[in-house]
Ligand binder design. Structure first.
Ligand SMILES: Cc1cc2nc3c(=O)[nH]c(=O)nc-3n(C[C@H](O)[C@H](O)[C@H](O)COP(=O)(O)O)c2cc1C
Length: 240
């Protein structure tokens, strides 16, 4: 497959190829063979409440110089409107700028956004290696689809790929109360190997702001992927 033309690669970090070596001929060749540290994290954002969880994840991953492949569901745009009265751009480069601006990280790391309808994107294939996927916040609609193996858009397909490849899939459900249907679907996902990390903050770390509460959840999500990019006050961490 031909690589896209990248005229702004020098100024736009999101358009930089992952390997500045010879021209690759396939999409998989654009990924470094090693180390796995340089493989991207896939971030799926659905139309559940709590987009701030995704924004904080983007912030910390980019600040840690990680690479993110982001796909937002169509409903996520509606929630952006409802929660923040903001219109999320659909065009991938503009959307990447939008997420960077929301996260307050204009240049660090690498962020590539994909349209939800693009089931031919890199992350739709198991041959594109990743370090796993986070779906945050995750709606009950997406939980149901993932639990039943549907791949009706890129977000669902990318999550399905993580499961079939035996990679990490971290699902952050946001709903209350849960119906029996939700609970059964979450159980099915856990049985298939996904980690279920509900958006339930704790108070023992004495949060002072909404961001403190959100960051607690994001840090616990990152723990599932062994990502250590949030300074979290951990329980009895400094006890001798
Ligand atoms: C403002 C707003 C908030 C919503 N919050 C939730 C939520 O917290 N959890 C949930 O499961 N669905 C929520 N929904 C409903 C989902 O957006 C809806 O079920 C949608 O079809 C999910 O599609 P998706 O999973 O492809 O994003 C919300 C919808 C709106 C408009």
């Amino acid at each position: 497959m031909m690589r896209p033309h990248v005229p702004d690669a020098v100024t736009n970090p999101d358009l930089r190829p992952t390997t500045p070596t010879t021209e690759p001929t396939t999409e998989t060749m654009t990924q470094p063979a090693s180390p796995s540290r340089s493989r991207p994290i896939v971030l799926g954002v659905t139309g559940a409440s709590g987009l701030i969880y995704a924004v904080r994840a983007v912030k910390y991953l980019l600040e840690a110089d990680e690479a993110i492949e982001l796909v937002a569901s169509r409903s996520a745009a509606m929630v952006w409107n409802a929660e923040n009265q903001i219109t999320m751009p659909t065009e991938p480069a503009k959307q990447a700028e939008f997420w960077r601006s929301q996260a307050g990280v204009p240049t660090a790391g690498r962020l590539r956004c994909h349209p939800a309808g693009d089931v031919g994107a890199n992350i739709a294939s198991g041959s594109f290696r990743t370090r796993g996927m986070i779906v945050m916040p995750c709606s009950m609609s997406t939980v149901g689809k993932l639990a039943n193996g549907l791949s009706s858009d890129l977000l669902e397909r990318a999550a399905d790929v993580q499961l079939k490849e035996g990679r990490s899939l971290v699902v952050v459900p946001r709903e209350t109360p849960f119906s029996l249907v939700h609970l059964r679907n979450l159980t099915a996902l856990a049985e298939a190997g996904a980690r279920i990390v509900p958006a339930i903050p704790a108070w023992y770390h004495q949060p002072q702001t909404i961001e403190d509460l959100v960051d607690f959840v994001v840090a616990r999500v990152f723990d599932q992927l062994d990502l250590d990019c949030i300074p979290l006050k951990r329980w009895k961490e400094n006890e001798v």
